[in-house]
Design a protein around this ligand. Structure first.
Ligand SMILES: C[S@@+](CC[C@H](N)C(=O)[O-])C[C@H]1O[C@@H](n2cnc3c(N)ncnc32)[C@H](O)[C@@H]1O
Length: 306
């Protein structure tokens, strides 16, 4: 664990950030014991900060697989260092924590952070030019970047990735265009340009969204093994903690389906009960303030095994 005060001073940047459905998350926690809370997707520390402010005797552990997020949030929340700790870790390995059984609440706000999406060098955004990286932990050299994936995968594999993780109708056309490209695709704008050239104008107009959105989502999920991480978490959590409140906020149907099915399974197996029969979604007001919130779905489960 990295005590906040040991972290370096560099890398502080100001970033506007409104955590999605924070009030709804806090309201659920309010009705449950909340002495020890694990924020499994620390990001910019928006949830952790909200929790530390609202529940003044709670201890919070924030984990993230992104070393920059851990450093940033640790510095941002340094005034809470008595009650807040940050740790570089994948949530798929949360069961490895010695004290995992003692948390009252686990909260996971899936997907990418504003920091990852807005820093050009991270290569997550189709709206900003940068290297086609997309690794959630930029220090992990063993993880191939999105550019590596495009270079090293054949057209069939790319088609599968774009279909499975992006639900992209034109997966095959885009994958073949990538493989036919005379130059390697190494930048975000390079990929956007290729997608625009591969899809006829009328198709692009009918898409109703940025033509590269689904491909970028698919690559990001694949590069970071997001589905595998979520699967490990959903498999292990009820085995290692029998009394916690578990909250997920997800942003696309693949993640939401995985959470929904696991919660049903947990309930059927007697691990506790689903609290949100239907997912909670953000208010119109929140969506108008924060565009990112538009696709969010919140689901909660109360683990209560004797
Ligand atoms: C939507 S952001 C969280 C934002 C945060 N709730 C806030 O208010 O600042 C998601 C974060 O989860 C992290 N993340 C994604 N998958 C992860 C995993 N498997 N393990 C740990 N962190 C992960 C990302 O690196 C990112 O920082």
């Amino acid at each position: 664990m990295l005590p906040c005060f040991l972290l370096p001073e560099e890398g502080i940047l100001f970033m506007h950030h409104e955590p999605v459905m924070l009030n709804e998350v806090l309201a659920l926690m309010e009705n449950h014991s909340h002495s020890k809370i694990l924020d499994g997707t620390l990001g910019l520390g928006g949830y952790s900060e909200g929790i530390l402010k609202r529940f003044q005797s709670s201890q919070v552990l924030g984990i993230d697989r992104d070393s920059e997020a851990v450093k940033f949030s640790c510095q941002r929340l340094s005034e809470y260092s008595q009650r807040f700790t940050a740790l570089l870790k994948n949530f798929g390995a949360v069961s490895e924590l010695d004290d995992v059984a003692s948390y009252d609440v686990f909260v996971f706000d899936l997907g990418v952070s504003n920091m990852q999406i807005t820093i050009p060098e991270r290569g997550f955004s189709f709206n900003i030019d940068g290297p086609l990286d997309m690794r959630m932990n930029p220090d992990d050299d063993s993880c191939p970047s999105a550019a590596d994936v495009l270079r090293d995968s054949d057209a069939e594999t790319l088609t599968e990735i774009f279909r499975n993780y992006g639900e992209e109708r034109y997966a095959k056309q885009i994958a073949s265009a990538i493989k036919r490209s005379p130059v390697p695709i190494t930048t975000t704008y390079g990929l956007v340009e290729l997608i625009r050239k591969a899809l006829p104008q009328p198709v692009q107009r009918k898409m109703g969204t940025h033509p590269a959105r689904r491909i970028f989502q698919a690559l990001r999920i694949y590069v970071n093994n997001e589905a595998g991480e979520l699967e490990s978490l959903l498999k292990s959590l009820p085995e290692v903690n029998r009394t916690a409140l578990v909250i997920f906020v997800s942003y696309h149907s693949l993640e939401d389906r995985m959470v929904k099915h696991s919660f049903r399974q947990w309930q059927n197996e007697g691990f506790g009960k689903i609290i949100t029969r239907h997912p909670i979604t953000p208010s119109e007001d929140e969506i108008s303030r924060n565009y990112k919130a538009r696709s969010a779905k919140l689901r909660a489960f109360s683990l209560s095994m004797n």
